[in-house]
Design a protein around this ligand. Structure first.
Ligand code: 9MG
Length: 280
């Protein structure tokens, strides 16, 4: 079997795994303030694992537009004790959602299995530190920075431009000592993209498979779903499941979601269908 980030993590290469979101930020867009103490974080992780999460993604900095910036110490203080507590209590995969090389390094020492960086290791020293950990990395595409990214996103051709970005990043990682087989790609729905850009990417998601790397998709409760349905963040379960299932049917190998058990059930249908061979 060919080695890739999924096989390194022990995840199935041919079905869709679930990454459950655990935000430990007071201003996080979907569960802000609810899980920023360790017991609550443990409880939430336990529920997500029982509901079928394969990875718990722990982040201490919200990337929603206009979120308050957190400094290095604050991010460390939020994230590291939660990683340590989850690592101690559960036998599960953990990813750290951070762009900060100090946080990445300390998270590695605390036992995380995967680096999830929405800035695709673009901060000073992030590439070098990540290479030193030897961990798999998820590189997400974002145009601009969280506080300005939605002002006037512009592309010549969204699919081609994001593909070019990935090719550049894969090369940059290789030069820094991160081999291609450790990389997961994420097109970054909602990060510097209009609704039309997001829909064009979702419609063309298969095209990113030509890079021959696992795809992670984050659409859960995103504002693009609200733009379509008119629903507020806390009423986007059905649209999140629909968008997740479209992604899974287009071959996404990991879905990053808030609503784990509901996503799991929906994915079980896709999996059951994929197992049946039918020749007409
Ligand atoms: C941290 N974070 C928020 N949204 C995300 C997304 O769509 N993908 C990834 N990989 N991380 C995200």
């Amino acid at each position: 079997m060919q080695k890739n980030a999924l096989t390194i993590l022990g995840l199935p290469p041919k079905s869709t795994s679930i990454m459950g979101i655990l935000n430990v930020t007071p201003d996080s867009f979907s569960d802000g303030g609810k899980f920023n103490d360790i017991d609550k974080a443990l409880q939430h992780a336990e529920q997500m694992l029982a509901g079928g999460a394969d990875i718990i993604d722990i982040g201490g900095e919200s990337t929603r537009p206009n979120a308050t910036k957190v400094n290095n110490n604050e991010e460390l203080k939020r994230v590291i004790p939660v990683i340590e507590a989850i690592k101690k209590r559960f036998n599960c995969l953990i990813s750290v959602d951070s762009s900060n090389p100090n946080v990445i390094w300390q998270a590695y020492n605390a036992g995380v299995d995967l680096i999830n960086d929405v800035r695709a290791l673009s901060q000073d020293n992030a590439l070098e530190v990540s290479a030193k950990t030897g961990l798999p990395v998820c590189l997400m595409h974002m145009q601009g920075a969280p506080d300005t990214m939605q002002l006037k996103p512009k592309y010549d051709n969204i699919v081609q431009d994001v593909t070019d970005f990935f090719e550049f990043k894969i090369n940059q990682c290789y030069n820094a000592g991160i081999d291609k087989h450790k990389i997961i790609l994420d097109v970054g729905f909602g990060f510097g993209k209009t609704l039309e850009h997001n829909l064009q990417m979702l419609n063309s998601l298969e095209q990113f498979h030509k890079l021959e790397l696992p795809l992670l998709v984050g659409l859960s409760r995103k504002s693009m779903l609200g733009q379509i349905t008119g629903q507020p963040e806390d009423q986007r379960l059905h649209s999140s499941i629909s968008a997740g299932i479209i992604s899974a049917m287009k071959g996404a190998q990991i879905l990053r979601v808030h609503d784990v058990p509901q996503t799991k059930q929906a994915l079980q249908i896709v999996e059951a269908m994929n197992k049946v061979k039918y020749e007409s």
